[in-house]
Design a protein around this ligand. Structure first.
Ligand SMILES: NC(=O)c1ccc[n+]([C@@H]2O[C@H](COP(=O)([O-])OP(=O)(O)OC[C@H]3O[C@@H](n4cnc5c(N)ncnc54)[C@H](OP(=O)(O)O)[C@@H]3O)[C@@H](O)[C@H]2O)c1
Length: 263
């Protein structure tokens, strides 16, 4: 394989588009997610349309043993990872004290631990080669606390901080780390996280996954450290979250996270 990207969460949304963009450059992919048949369909599409190599490795990233198995399988096959795209992630709604702990634990495993573990696994070899690109898909949620989505927002704050810190550690090495922060994007994410009824999404439509993926992929190719997708999101994050005191921001964030059906 050549110019190989390991892409997590490639079975739908932003991750699937990142895989397609990577393949249009004539580059190979290893596609990771749980839904194997979707990965297989995408791998067939990438091979057929772009003549690239595409392997699938079905893996539940919430499972520590499965994550180790994924890393060992790539080492066993002797595949060099030139691009690591940590995109898999999911959210969930409700007061922290009432949410199923298993669900929040899995969220931390996928959104936080998998990002750190895969980076730790593949970054050293990139540094030895003096070349490589890492892209983390975080979120605008990483810039403020999210009452009613406490674990999700905190998980993305980890990625925003972690991505920038390690990017700084390796500056000048030939390897770069880019952290992409999308705002609301039309994928399966909202329905799967039970967010469709949120006040903050009332009357709003977001971009599809393709422009978000293109924005992130370009930023990764340029080696940019942090990028927020969309002018409105940039204004919100660089304006509101920096200017408003926490005492004002937190109740506003809480209100926006409530469901319309909750009155
Ligand atoms: N959509 C938004 O509004 C939005 C906004 C900001 C940031 N983001 C972030 O963007 C990233 C991609 O999300 P998306 O919007 O494209 O959502 P999506 O369409 O729901 O895709 C999520 C991907 O993550 C994978 N995934 C989830 N849990 C997994 C697990 N346990 N093991 C392995 N893979 C798992 C899913 O695959 P399987 O289910 O097949 O395993 C799927 O491929 C996420 O990190 C999300 O937090 C999304």
């Amino acid at each position: 394989m050549k110019n190989t990207a390991l892409i997590t969460g490639a079975s739908s949304g932003i991750g699937r588009e990142l895989a397609r963009i990577h393949a249009t450059r004539g580059r190979d992919t290893i596609l990771v997610a749980r839904r194997e048949e979707r990965l297989q369909a995408l791998a067939d599409e990438l091979r057929g349309e772009h003549g690239v190599e595409s392997e699938i490795l079905a893996c539940d990233l919430a499972d520590a043993a499965a994550r180790r198995g994924l890393i060992e399988e790539i080492e066993r096959r002797g595949i060099a990872i030139d691009y690591l795209i940590n995109n898999a992630g999911f959210g969930g709604h409700g007061p922290f004290s009432e949410r199923p702990w298993e669900s929040d634990l899995a969220m931390i495993q996928v959104n936080v631990l998998a990002v750190a573990e895969l980076t730790r696994a593949f970054l050293p070899a990139m540094l030895e080669r003096g070349a490589g690109r890492i892209l983390h898909v975080a979120s605008t949620a990483g810039f403020l606390p999210g009452p009613l989505q406490a674990t999700y927002y905190a998980s993305k704050a980890y990625v925003v901080s972690f991505g920038q810190a390690v990017a700084e550690e390796i500056r000048g090495s030939g390897v770069t780390i880019t952290t992409l922060c999308p705002g609301f994007t039309e994928t399966e994410f909202v329905a799967r996280a039970d967010l469709a009824d949120l006040r903050m999404l009332e009357g709003r439509s977001g971009p599809g996954p393709r422009p978000v993926a293109e924005h992130g992929y370009r930023a990764m190719e340029r080696g940019k450290t942090l990028t927020i997708h969309g002018l409105g999101n940039r204004i919100l994050i660089e304006g509101a979250t920096r200017v408003l005191p926490r005492g004002v921001l937190l109740p506003l964030s809480h209100q926006s996270m409530k469901k319309k059906s909750a009155g």
